[in-house]
Ligand binder design. Structure first.
Ligand code: PXL
Length: 448
């Protein structure tokens, strides 16, 4: 099952580009699957249109969550924005718990206010609720009004000093998030942009552009969607913020230039080509590198859990998969293999995105290839071939004349891939692995 989806949780404003009508095209444009959970359906957004319809979808959200749980769905990222009711805050908190996997990234844009004012559709208790949602997030992207409201601080209009903005970001550390991107910040008249801080790495910076006077509806959503698309494409935070600011500003300039009515949202679509180019150029390039740091080994353990449950569901029992994962591919097991059993793990990345991994160890027989996986999304692009080229060079450098591996005899897909790479079946072995379980494998060998 492909578990690489991003879930966007926002309203659908049918006309007037914002929320889901912005998130879907922008995130999809960089090749990421974007599922949606609409929080409300409105005929138009609430800014500048009179008499809009408003259907609150709170009642549908719990059954949708339950259905997805029954399907075993998990999302690699969540991106939440405008919520349709106060009750939805707790529902979305639960949704994160129900549908996350270990490495899921939660992006929360606490959409509720701007220019010092809470949106008219929200009550005074909303900021405290949004703060609770932000506390579940990895990345938050409030504007200063929203951050001030969540912190219970008075909002003051800009321009701001760096000390003031830094102190506000520092206060957001208390939310327990990893990254903050503060939008709509001005340090001097005539410029505006975003300020970011990664609390884990200490990375921080700002991306400022000349200010275009006026209020442009939905630009927070263009920015947020572009940020999520870029981060989930593997860009470091600094480049992701840059790409998001570029798409937002170019969309504003195009809209103003065309004389269009700004309440229909900004004209972001023609800017997608450049956004895709910017994200693609920064994220492209396959790397295959040995890793031994904790974060990488944990990423491998998490990947193994996803891939094994997917690949072996039809071949071995769930109990055996769990047993084997704990014994061979938990973080603890992998760490021990690396630290004291002569194993090397190679991480395959496409840009900064995890595409797969392999693990090997030399022994008397040759180079034992213990694991090799390429995630479905990255298959059919010759990545496995590149990994085998690295392995052949490694085997030769270690003075080994073959690479060998074991593969479940029922795993015809993998056997075909290995044969394609030049492996041949040498023998069949049944190996008891404890707890009454047995591995029923072919040994396949490739001369180098
Ligand atoms: O862009 C934020 C947003 C999203 N959805 C709806 C809105 C707004 C801002 O006003 O009204 C319905």
């Amino acid at each position: 099952m492909n578990q690489e989806r991003i879930l966007a949780v926002h309203d659908i404003s049918c006309v007037g580009r914002c929320s889901l009508t912005v998130a879907l095209p922008i995130i999809s444009s960089v090749g990421l699957e974007c599922s949606v959970l609409p929080t409300a359906v409105l005929s138009t957004h609430t800014g500048g249109f009179k008499g809009f319809t408003y259907r609150d979808l709170t009642e549908d959200m719990v059954p949708i969550d339950q259905h997805w749980m029954s399907l075993g769905l998990r999302f690699r990222a969540f991106y939440t924005g405008f919520l349709g009711s106060f009750e939805q805050i707790d529902i979305v908190c639960r949704l994160f718990d129900d549908l996350s996997r270990e490495d899921t990234t939660i992006y929360v844009d606490p959409v509720m206010a701007d220019a010092g004012k809470l949106y008219s559709v929200f009550g005074p208790d909303f900021p405290a609720g949004m703060r609770r949602l932000c506390e579940k997030a990895d990345v938050i992207m409030p504007n200063l009004t929203e951050l001030s409201l969540m912190l219970g601080e008075e909002w003051v209009p800009g321009p701001y000093t760096h000390e003031y903005v830094d102190s506000m970001i520092e206060k957001a550390r208390a939310f327990g998030v990893k990254k903050v991107v503060l939008t709509g910040i001005s340090f001097e008249e005539g410029t505006v942009g975003a300020v970011y801080r990664d609390f884990e790495t200490g990375e921080s910076g700002e991306v400022m552009r000349p200010e275009v006077p006026g209020y442009f509806h939905g630009t927070g959503d263009v920015f947020g969607s572009a940020l999520v698309g870029a981060c989930e494409s593997g860009l470091p935070l600094s480049q992701a913020v840059e790409a998001a600011v570029n798409l937002t500003v170019s969309s504003i300039l195009r809209t103003v230039g065309s004389g269009a009515d700004v309440k229909y949202g900004v004209d972001f679509e023609p800017g997608l080509r450049e956004y895709i180019r910017e994200v693609g150029a920064s994220a492209s390039g396959v790397t295959i590198e040995p890793v031994s740091d904790e974060a990488s080994l944990r990423a491998i353990a998490s990947l193994a859990s996803t891939v094994w449950n997917e690949a072996f569901a039809d071949m071995i029992s769930k109990e055996q998969i769990d047993y084997m994962l704990a014994k061979y591919q938990s973080y603890e097991a992998i760490s021990e293999q690396v630290s004291s059993k002569g194993y090397t793990y190679l991480l395959v990345r496409d840009g900064n995105r995890l595409a797969g991994y392999c693990g090997y160890a030399p022994d008397d027989r040759g180079l034992f290839l213990s694991k090799i996986y390429i995630l479905e999304e990255f298959r059919h692009r010759g990545l496995a071939g590149k990994v085998f080229a690295v392995l052949r060079d490694t085997a030769k450098a270690l003075g080994k004349d073959c690479i060998y591996l074991t593969v479940n005899r029922g795993n015809s897909g993998a056997i075909a891939v290995y044969e394609h790479e030049g492996f041949e079946i040498a023998e069949s072995v049944d190996t008891p692995i404890g707890n009454g379980f047995e591995m029923n494998d072919h040994v396949m060998v490739m001369r180098v």
